[in-house]
Design a protein around this ligand. Structure first.
Ligand code: KG4
Ligand code: ZN
Length: 370
């Protein structure tokens, strides 16, 4: 089974990115984290003890709205325009300068190639200019680490089963610690968030669709349509949401029709479709996660990623946790969608001496098992 403990070569001796010889555990330690994996340009200045001194997120929702999904080329260009002002804003808010940083961390995988490239090039340039060590973050590990950041006591939330539900991923891991994650299964087609976005597009609810679908769902009947819970009982930890998407399409326009532009549905039908679709997605996520907890004997579940902000998901997982007796830790809503604060996971890599070099390259990593 693939293990997603991907590391990068350590700095060669004499490189400007050599980790400092003295321990970074002395007080007042801060790092700059950069995130540009998809359509959010984000930077944050975070301390080792979990405080956020400065943060800036520039979203691109308006740019992609009329396409009903993220257009990679547009995303990359927008990152390019925004990355330096975003970093500057976070640093100014924190009241720090390059020389005050212990390290610069950047998400280099997985994500859209053009988007990743902008963040990675910016981080490498600043690391070289400021002579600071560079840390390469796995964006998916960071999404789960957002759960750790929600613990006021700082008590470890590992080991755990980790579920990532985002626009690009629906993945289950066995998490030994923040960095050692074993891939258990993932979607074989669409990610959960992608399905939310596509259903929203069919119903002309706007983009990104997750928030809109969940808003309409609160007024609908979740039993109105009997949508499929694909792969729920197939014994694997894989997911599939493309059949569900097709079932929604057939429910609203019938087979064969691709054009939704002239579709006129009354509000109660829209609400029922949203509620029934949302229930089908959440039932599948809950069912597979419960099975992973049972099978691996781990009594804790972490959930991160944009879809983890969904109200039904949070309620149904809370009910399952109570019934099955496991601890549930869902990332706080403001840390579910893409952000740079979760880049605080870089401290864990610094502690293990996992630094990157100026050779750092992007890994879009869209294959299964990442
Ligand atoms: O984690 P994220 O910001 O980006 C990726 O790494 O992909 O997740 C974005 C996804 C989008 O598909 C969006 O529609 C979905 O998260 N999302 C939601 C909700 N809020 C955001 N899906 C369902 N319910 C929500 N409340
Ligand atoms: Zn993400």
């Amino acid at each position: 089974m693939p293990v997603s403990t991907d590391s990068h070569p350590e700095s060669p001796s004499g490189s400007p990115l050599d980790p400092p010889s003295e321990s970074l555990s002395a007080g007042n330690e801060i790092l700059l984290a950069i995130e540009s994996t998809c359509d959010e340009t984000a930077a944050a200045v975070v301390t080792r003890d979990g405080r956020v001194l400065g943060e800036c997120i520039a979203t691109q929702e308006k740019l992609h709205e009329r396409f009903g999904g993220v257009v990679p080329e547009i995303a990359a260009r927008a990152h390019l325009e925004r990355i330096l002002p975003v970093i500057d804003t976070a640093m100014t808010q924190a009241g720090v300068q390059g020389e005050d940083l212990q390290a610069i961390a950047v998400a280099d995988r997985p994500g859209l190639a053009g988007s990743l490239l902008v963040g990675v090039v910016a981080a490498k340039s600043l690391a070289l200019a400021w002579q600071k060590p560079l840390v390469a973050i796995n964006h998916l590990h960071a999404h789960l680490y957002a759960c750790q950041l929600s613990q006021p006591s700082g008590e470890s939330v590992y080991p755990a089963i980790g579920l990532i539900v985002s626009g690009g991923h629906t993945t289950l891991y066995l998490c030994e610690d923040p960095i050692n994650l074993q891939y258990l299964g993932g979607t074989i087609d669409d990610a959960a968030g992608e399905a939310f976005d596509k259903v929203a597009a069919m119903l002309s609810l706007g983009f990104p669709g997750g928030v809109e679908v969940s808003r309409w769902a609160t007024r609908g009947n979740a039993k109105a349509y009997d949508f499929p819970r694909s792969k729920l009982h197939d014994g694997s930890f894989d997911f599939s949401f493309s059949g569900l998407k097709t079932a929604v399409r057939y429910a609203i326009v019938g087979p064969g029709r691709q054009d939704f532009s002239s579709l006129e549905l009354d509000d109660s039908t829209k609400a029922d479709v949203c509620a029934s679709f949302e229930a089908a997605v959440v039932d599948t996520l809950v069912g597979k996660s419960r099975k992973a907890i049972r099978q691996h004997g781990v009594k804790r579940l972490l959930i991160g990623g944009g879809v983890a902000a969904n109200g039904r998901l949070r309620r149904d997982f809370a009910a399952a946790a109570e019934q099955d007796g496991f601890q549930l830790v869902i990332a706080p809503p403001e840390l579910c969608t893409d952000n740079a604060v979760m880049g605080a996971i870089a401290w864990k890599q610094i502690d293990r001496g996992q630094f990157a070099t100026l050779d750092l390259d992007i890994t879009p990593g869209l294959q299964r098992g990442f």
